[in-house]
Ligand binder design. Structure first.
Ligand SMILES: NC(=O)c1ccc[n+]([C@@H]2O[C@H](COP(=O)([O-])OP(=O)(O)OC[C@H]3O[C@@H](n4cnc5c(N)ncnc54)[C@H](O)[C@@H]3O)[C@@H](O)[C@H]2O)c1
Length: 316
């Protein structure tokens, strides 16, 4: 199979590409290497993949419709995994227009071209943030998601709605995957596991927003990548899936787990909880287990150990 992946040099997509290459698929990788975080990190994410004969990299912006169309024409992909996005909740409050451009307009571009080139299956990288301040836990795919509390979350929900529209109009097979706080090797430097590991390792202060009791369903990146590939292989007509770990971890527990893995104590500065932040995320995985045989295998202790080892070897 020829799989076109957008955002291919990013954290999650680079793991998906590695797994697909391993089993013999061909990868058409698209990324614009923007400066949300260092280009150098993104280049190193795909260093190994780039030397593989089945991996072709195109440096392109998903907003550049003509360039992306020429890539579809030239490479004739069978399936698409659309993970390019402006990620991150807090920066979306500073620059909502950019988030809308990339996450909504960019998604329409990829959907349009997927229709034009008769793509067999389209996987969309959505987010648990669409659940907003959902009071009912764990979060189920059928829960109402009409109250996103950040521009980022609103753009991700808009992406899911557009996916439905393209499925309805053109019979495009689409699965929208709601990822729950992903962490692991090549993790994004703006996310808590990376920031905390770096600061604790360097003996610097970390900022803890709130009193440490906010909870996240941290999910190890290899589990997420396996879930994405399961959906890629199934060709469901239109479905939304949670991909999480279904075990919540308090922020202060995350810090303790990182302290143990790094072997140093954290210096904690407490700040008020930030606007746009949710207090808990918690995935109900019944549907993903049933329709995708999805199973998250990695405990937070094991995943953080792997992450810290990678951090010390590659980034410290
Ligand atoms: N990491 C998480 O915890 C998490 C949780 C929920 C959803 N997601 C979603 O998963 C996807 C991947 O996230 P990630 O954490 O790997 O982020 P990432 O920032 O590491 O990866 C995104 C990649 O997309 C590229 N990109 C951004 N704008 C682009 C554009 N206009 N054209 C071409 N490429 C562009 C970036 O350069 C980057 O390499 C995103 O859609 C994100 O919203 C991530």
């Amino acid at each position: 199979m020829k799989i076109l992946i957008t955002g291919a040099a990013g954290f999650i997509a680079s793991h998906v590409a590695d797994m697909l290459l391993k089993r013999g698929d061909k990868i058409i990788a698209i990324d614009n290497f923007n400066n949300y975080y260092s280009q150098k990190s993104k280049r190193s994410n795909i260093k190994q993949a780039e030397s593989h004969k089945n991996y072709t990299l195109f440096e392109a912006d998903i907003l550049d419709t003509e360039k992306i169309r020429s890539i579809f024409r030239q490479t004739a992909p069978d399936k698409v995994i659309h993970l390019a996005a402006r990620a991150g909740v807090r920066p979306s409050l500073e620059n909502p227009q950019l988030y809308a451009d990339v996450n909504i307009k960019g998604t329409i571009n990829i959907l349009e071209l997927s229709h034009e080139f008769s793509i067999k299956n389209f996987i969309f990288g959505s987010s648990s943030s669409v659940y907003g301040s959902n009071k009912k836990i764990p979060f189920k795919e059928t829960d109402p998601v009409d109250n996103p509390i950040s521009p980022y979350a609103a753009t991700k929900r808009a992406g899911e709605l557009l996916c439905y529209t393209y499925h309805h109009l053109y019979n495009l097979n689409i699965s929208c995957m709601r990822f729950f706080t992903v962490y692991g090797e090549r993790g994004r430097p703006d996310m808590a596991p990376y920031k905390f590991t770096k600061a604790i390792n360097e003996g610097k202060e970390i900022t803890m927003y709130g009193n440490g009791t906010t909870q996240r369903d941290y999910t190890y990146v290899a589990d997420i990548a396996r879930g994405i590939i399961a959906a890629l292989d199934k060709n469901h007509s239109y479905e939304i899936f949670n991909l999480g770990n279904s075990k919540t971890v308090q922020l202060k527990e995350l810090i303790e787990t990182i302290e143990d893995a790094v072997g140093k104590k954290a210096k904690i500065k407490q700040q008020p909880i930030q606007p746009g932040d949710v207090t808990i995320t918690y995935a109900d995985l019944t549907k993903s287990k049933k329709l995708l045989s999805y199973n998250s295998k990695t405990s937070i202790d094991e995943g953080i150990k792997n992450f810290v080892k990678w951090y010390k070897e590659e980034r410290a």
